[in-house]
Ligand binder design. Structure first.
Ligand code: FES
Length: 378
């Protein structure tokens, strides 16, 4: 094994303590929280973000380091003005981190976070008027709240249509913020809430954002279409939206998607684990020389062919970014620049990214003797 150079995480790959200033309910049924974090003055540039991105946060829970990615619901303007960031967290049944974040975390405590990442975003302001359509299910509203607020606040000619689906009215997140957006931009935003279980009260529509529901709703809601579409929700809803939009003739380049999983991901291992063979079985007779480019520096490690690429990268560079380890958040995305990696298809990567050689390293294995992955590639 080539001895890895001593790893010194840069400011971007390090976790930084941010002080929690508020933990507020984000849904009427108390199933979600809005967590406000103060960013020290000296870190504001580092924590600058574009709407739609997410933070990776970590905590030691039951003796194990646990990481999760949560979308920002605040805007860059708030970071600039108040030095604060806000994330939205839905409590997941059995979810250790979400229970900690929504029930135990208190103002005054620190939450360790890494600067924002993510490609579910757009250039704001766009420099031209545009019609934005947003489709959200459940906590998928979180990054959309940031995106839509930033668009409406900074693009005076742009318009927004939001279709937001929930189980029932009490489970809907950020209803006050959405009402406030409607007050401030009355003529430029339309919000349609739909509920899958209730709700026969006047003005509330009962529908499910599945293929059938979207096929029925979208042509009526947006007969003239939109310039850009943002879709965020669980995998089934995102897949249904992509199919329906393709059916309606929307160009794939106009559709941005982000999915989340409601299942509690498996806990992360302790930092810097030894490389382990992938579940498919590492071939210990053949070795792979894996080179990791991260923060402008290369490190090389030799691992059995078939080893999980993220595990191997972490053994050489413990600061290698990851969060969910289940192919959802794309925090571990890297570009293959030499050799090949076996990575199953994943909706977290666009077809253009796959064609350019990007993989999710948490889902990839090294099948040959040489592989170089670049975490710095944009
Ligand atoms: S760590 Fe989330 S997709 Fe790999």
């Amino acid at each position: 094994m080539t001895a890895p150079a001593p790893a010194r995480p840069t400011a971007r790959t390090r976790f930084h303590p941010l002080t929690v200033t508020a933990v507020d309910p984000a849904a009427a049924d108390a199933s979600a929280a809005r967590i406000t974090l103060r960013v020290p003055d000296g870190l504001r540039t580092l924590f600058a973000f574009t709407p739609g991105q997410h933070l990776t946060v970590r905590a030691a829970l039951h003796g194990a380091e646990t990481r999760r990615s949560y979308s920002l619901c605040s805007t860059p303007a708030e970071l600039e003005r108040d030095g604060t960031l806000r994330i939205g967290v839905r409590a997941v049944p059995g979810g250790r981190f979400s229970h900690y974040a929504t029930r135990l975390l208190q103002p005054g405590e620190d939450l360790h976070a890494r600067p924002a990442t993510g490609r579910f975003t757009t250039t704001i302001p766009a420099g031209r008027p545009r019609r934005i359509a947003a489709l959200a299910a459940g906590s998928g509203i979180t990054p959309l709240l940031s995106l839509l607020t930033a668009v409406l606040d900074t693009e005076p000619q742009s318009t927004v249509t939001l279709l937001y689906g929930n189980r029932c009215a009490d489970a809907a997140m950020f209803t006050e913020e959405l009402a406030d957006l409607k007050d401030r931009h009355r003529h430029r935003i339309r919000v349609l809430h739909v509920f899958s279980r209730e709700d026969q009260r006047a003005g509330l529509a009962t529908a499910r954002l599945d293929h059938r529901g979207l096929r029925a709703l979208l042509p009526r809601l947006l007969p003239a279409g939109a310039d850009e579409w943002f879709v965020c929700g669980p995998p089934g809803m995102v897949a249904a939206a992509e199919l329906v939009l393709a059916d309606l003739g929307v160009a794939p380049a106009a559709v941005h998607t982000e999915q989340f999983t409601a299942a509690a991901p498996a806990p992360a291992p302790a930092p810097a684990p030894a490389p382990r063979p992938h579940a498919a079985g590492g071939d210990t007779a053949r070795m792979c020389e894996l080179t990791v480019r991260l923060d402008g520096r290369s490190s090389t490690v030799r691992v059995p062919v078939g080893t999980n690429v993220l595990d191997a990268a972490l053994s050489a560079r413990p600061e290698t970014p990851y969060s969910c380890r289940s192919g959802v958040c794309a925090t571990c995305r890297a570009k293959v620049v030499l050799g090949r990696a076996q990575c199953p298809g994943t909706p977290a990567l666009g077809a253009d990214e796959v064609a350019e050689g990007y993989v999710l390293t948490c889902r990839s294995t090294a099948p040959d003797e040489r592989l170089t992955v670049d975490y710095d590639a944009l």
